[in-house]
Design a protein around this ligand. Structure first.
Ligand code: ATP
Ligand code: MG
Length: 247
């Protein structure tokens, strides 16, 4: 019934540091079904970013299997990999990674520039649509420095959505944001997830994990637990319950 979007088996990633070998991932296996909202937790250095970069095809494992939407990533050519990365995956970083002197709308249009099937009119229309979706309909011509941190992260989220990806990967996407803004962003992720987008979200913060449907915990490059959340919290509700002062 449900489709497996991500499947990894005995995934390993080693780095050479001078003559020393660092085993960042020591043989990880799991699957993520379409429509899941997974948080990946674990202390600093446990391998979260290394894992997410592999899932996002920004890096290759040293060994093991990675299948995305039924396709073995290892068998892809460079071009096919670039296409998958661009069209199936939306990637969101802690530091937003927006172009500084470029308006919100142009930042969001960027991933479509490489897609020859999309005309410039359609590009603009799609950018406007996703910016409205993330609540930035009134800020489309602002540059990043004219936007708050939370608004900049919304631009990054809009950019990740503009290609209608099957999944979103986020690495500490709320790491630079205060509690209120984090909950606003989580509420947005929960809405996107309700619309069917699969989300994999790296975070340090246990309260952020309560908004997801499943948590995978890494330690020293291994999965030490993997559980479904019985009581998923609503970020919108938690947001409404926050004390009003300071805002
Ligand atoms: N390019 C690299 N070269 C060498 N070692 C690396 C490289 N990238 C990561 N590592 C090592 O791999 C391990 C896992 O790093 P990773 O960045 O995945 O951790 P993390 O869980 O994301 O940590 P944090 O919570 O601090 O972001 C660490 O020991 C790190 O030093
Ligand atoms: Mg990291």
């Amino acid at each position: 019934m449900s489709k497996e979007i991500i499947k990894i088996e005995d995934l390993k990633r080693e780095f050479m540091m001078g003559t020393e070998k660092v085993q960042a991932l020591k043989g990880i296996s799991f699957g993520i079904q379409q429509g899941e909202f997974v948080t990946i937790m674990g202390s600093s250095g446990s391998g979260k970013s290394t894992l997410l970069n592999i899932l996002g095809c920004l890096d290759q494992p040293s060994s093991g299997i990675y299948e995305i939407d039924g396709v073995k990533v290892k068998d892809l050519t460079k071009n096919e990999l670039a296409t998958i990365r661009n069209e199936k995956i939306g990637f969101i970083f802690q530091s937003y990674n927006l172009l500084a002197k470029t308006s919100a709308i142009e930042n969001v249009e960027l991933p479509l520039l490489y897609n020859s099937k999309v005309s410039s009119e359609e590009r603009r229309e799609r950018a406007i649509k996703v910016l409205k979706m993330v609540g930035l309909g009134e800020r489309m011509h602002h540059t990043p420095s004219q936007l708050s941190g939370g608004q900049q992260q919304r631009v990054a989220i809009a950019r990740s959505l503009v290609n209608n990806p099957v999944m979103i990967l986020a690495d500490e996407a709320t790491g630079n944001l205060d509690t209120r803004t984090s909950y606003e962003i989580m509420s947005l992720f929960q809405e996107l997830n309700k619309q069917g987008i699969t989300i994999t979200f790296v975070t340090h913060e246990p309260d952020i994990a309560t908004f997801s449907s499943r948590t995978i915990v890494l330690k020293d490059g291994n999965v030490i637990s993997d559980y479904k959340n019985e009581a998923i919290q609503s970020a919108a509700e938690q947001l409404a319950n926050l004390p009003k002062e300071n805002h």
